[in-house]
Design a protein around this ligand. Structure first.
Ligand SMILES: [Zn+2]
Ligand SMILES: [Zn+2]
Length: 460
C-alpha cells in the first residue's frame, strides 16, 4: 500500500493524491492549481499519471481546487467512475460548467491582448461527460471502488456535501484504514453540520490551511454583519459584498434571514446579483436532508434562502438597473476576490462614495482587487479606470469554512480518541508556515508528522 502526493503538497491548491493498493490505483481529488497564471498553467497541464493507469477516482467536495481538473482527465480519456456525495455531484454540475466558461473567457481575453496563447483545459462538453461519470453515494454507506478498496464518506462540515474519506485498504490478510480529511470545516457554521470524527484511522492525510491562524467566532461574525448593515443604512449607503458563489453566499443569506427575523437589521433590500450563486443556492435547496437540523432557523423555516427582503437578479438588465436605484441596500455578488464577475460593476460605481461599505468576508489572495481593498489603497483600478476608494472597508474573518489552529487541533484529538492505531500523519493543503506550526503541535501529541513535497511517495 502506498500514497503519492501530487497536488496541494506544501501549497493550498491543486488537491490530488494517488493511492496504490493491491495493484490498483485510485485518485483522491483532482483540483485546479490556482495562483500566478504561468506557474498554475504549467502544473494544470501536467497529468497526475497516465490515464490508463487510473482505476477509480474519489472526490471529497466540489471546490474547484479539489474537483477542477477532473474534466481535464476526462478530456484525456478517463472513462471510469468518479465517486462523491450526491450534493457534491450536483454542485459540480454547476461549478465545473462555470470553470469551463471562465477558462474560455480567459483564453479569449489573452488572445485579444495578443499575449501568449492559453488553451482552456477543457470545455463544456468535457464537464458534462465528467458529471455523467459521477456516482453520488450518501454519507456513511460503504462501497467498493475496486476490489480491496472500500470507501465511506463522513461529513467534513466544510461546504454542502463535503466529505472526509475513509478508505479501508486490503492486501492479502492485511487491512488498514487510510483517512483523507479533505478540507475540515468548523463547528457552528450556518446550514451545514459540524465535522464528523473519523474512527479507526491507521494513517491520516490531513489539511493544514489555517494551522497558524485563529478565526473570529461564527456568532461574532453574524453580530458584526448586523452592525455593518445598520450603520451603512443609517448613512443611506450600500453594503457591497464580494462573495464566493458556493457556501459563503448561502451562509450570508442565512445569517441575513436570521437577523431580519430577529429585527436586528433594517428592512432594506438584499440583492443576490450572481447567476452562479443563484444556481448553487438551488442545489442547496435540493439537499435539505444534510442541513444541520440542530439549528434554530433550519428547524423553524421551510425556505431558508427566500424571505421578503431578498431578491435574486439573474438577468444582466436587472443587474444594471441596480445602479440606478436609490436608497440603502445590500448587494452580494461574485467573485469572492473581486477579480471578475458583477461585483466589479458595483465597485466601479460605488467605491468612491463614503456612504457605502465594502464588506470583505473571505480570504483575499495577493495581486487581487479584493486584496487592494483590504489594504485600503487610495485608488483602485477597475475596468481600466482609476476609482478612488472612499467607501468604508470592513473585514469579517468569521465566515471562513476552514477549521483554524485550535479547531484542527481538537479535530485531531477526537480522531485519536477513536483511533488507537494512529501514528503517521501527513499534512497537505497548507503553506509551509501553517504546516510547520501544526506539525509541531501534532508532534508534541506523540504523532509522527510529515509535510510531503509534490511527488513524494510513502508506503503504509
Ligand atoms: Zn474546500
Ligand atoms: Zn481546498
Amino acid at each position: 500500500m502506498e500514497i503519492e502526493f501530487v497536488g496541494a503538497a506544501r501549497e493550498v491548491t491543486g488537491s490530488c493524491h494517488i493511492l496504490r493498493v493491491a495493484g490498483k490505483t485510485i485518485i483522491l481529488d483532482c483540483g485546479l492549481f490556482q495562483g500566478k497564471r504561468s506557474d498554475a498553467q504549467e502544473k494544470n497541464l501536467r497529468l497526475p499519471l497516465d490515464i490508463e493507469q487510473i482505476d477509480a477516482i474519489v472526490l471529497s467536495h466540489a471546490h474547484i481546487d479539489h474537483a477542477g481538473r477532473l474534466p481535464y482527465l476526462v478530456r484525456h480519456g478517463y472513462a471510469g467512475s468518479i465517486w462523491c456525495t450526491p450534493a457534491t455531484r450536483d454542485l459540480c454540475a454547476v461549478m465545473l460548467a462555470d470553470s469551463a466558461h471562465i477558462q474560455e473567457k480567459d483564453a479569449e481575453f489573452l488572445a485579444r491582448r495578443g499575449k501568449e496563447r492559453v488553451e482552456p483545459l477543457y470545455s463544456l462538453r468535457h464537464t458534462t461527460r465528467t458529471i455523467e461519470l459521477m456516482t453520488g453515494v450518501p454519507y456513511k454507506r460503504s462501497f467498493d471502488v475496486v476490489p480491496g478498496v472500500r470507501v465511506t464518506f463522513i461529513d467534513a462540515g466544510h461546504i454542502l456535501g463535503s466529505a472526509s474519506v475513509l478508505v479501508d485498504c486490503t492486501e492479502g490478510n492485511d487491512t488498514r484504514r487510510f483517512v483523507f480529511s479533505a478540507d475540515i470545516g468548523r463547528s457552528g457554521l450556518a446550514i451545514i453540520r459540524d465535522p464528523e470524527t473519523p474512527e479507526g484511522a491507521d494513517v491520516l492525510v490531513m489539511e493544514s490551511t489555517y494551522g497558524n491562524r485563529t478565526h473570529e467566532s461564527v456568532e461574532g461574525a453574524r453580530g458584526r454583519l448586523a452592525s455593518v448593515i445598520r450603520d451603512t443604512a443609517a448613512r443611506g449607503g450600500r453594503v457591497l459584498i464580494p462573495a464566493f458563489a458556493v457556501g459563503r453566499t448561502q451562509e450570508l443569506i442565512y445569517d441575513l434571514h436570521a437577523l431580519a427575523r430577529a429585527g436586528a437589521i433594517p428592512s432594506i433590500p438584499i440583492y443576490i446579483d450572481s447567476p452562479l450563486a443563484i444556481d448553487t443556492t438551488s442545489v442547496f435547496e435540493m439537499h435539505p436532508d444534510i442541513f444541520d437540523h440542530g439549528e434554530d432557523l433550519v428547524q423553524k423555516v421551510r425556505d431558508l434562502f427566500r424571505f421578503n427582503l431578498v431578491h435574486y437578479t439573474r438577468d444582466v438588465e436587472e443587474s444594471k438597473a441596480l445602479a440606478k436605484m436609490h436608497g440603502p441596500m445590500v448587494i452580494i455578488a461574485a467573485s469572492g476576490m473581486a477579480e471578475s464577475g458583477r461585483i466589479l460593476h458595483h465597485l466601479a460605481q460605488g467605491a468612491a462614495d463614503p456612504k457605502n461599505t465594502v464588506l470583505i468576508v473571505g480570504f483575499q489572495a495577493e495581486h487581487t482587487l479584493g486584496r487592494r481593498i483590504v489594504e485600503r489603497r487610495e485608488m483602485l483600478r477597475i475596468f481600466g479606470e482609476e476609482v478612488p476608494l472612499r467607501a468604508q472597508v470592513v473585514i469579517i474573518n468569521g465566515y471562513s469554512a476552514h477549521a483554524d489552529r485550535a479547531e484542527l487541533g481538537s479535530w485531531v484529538d477526537r480522531v485519536r480518541e477513536h483511533s488507537p492505531g494512529l501514528k503517521q500523519v501527513w499534512l497537505v493543503h497548507g503553506e509551509p508556515p501553517a504546516q510547520e506550526e501544526l506539525a509541531t503541535t501534532l508532534s508534541a501529541k506523540g504523532l509522527t508528522v510529515g509535510c510531503p513535497a509534490p511527488r513524494e511517495r510513502h508506503a503504509f
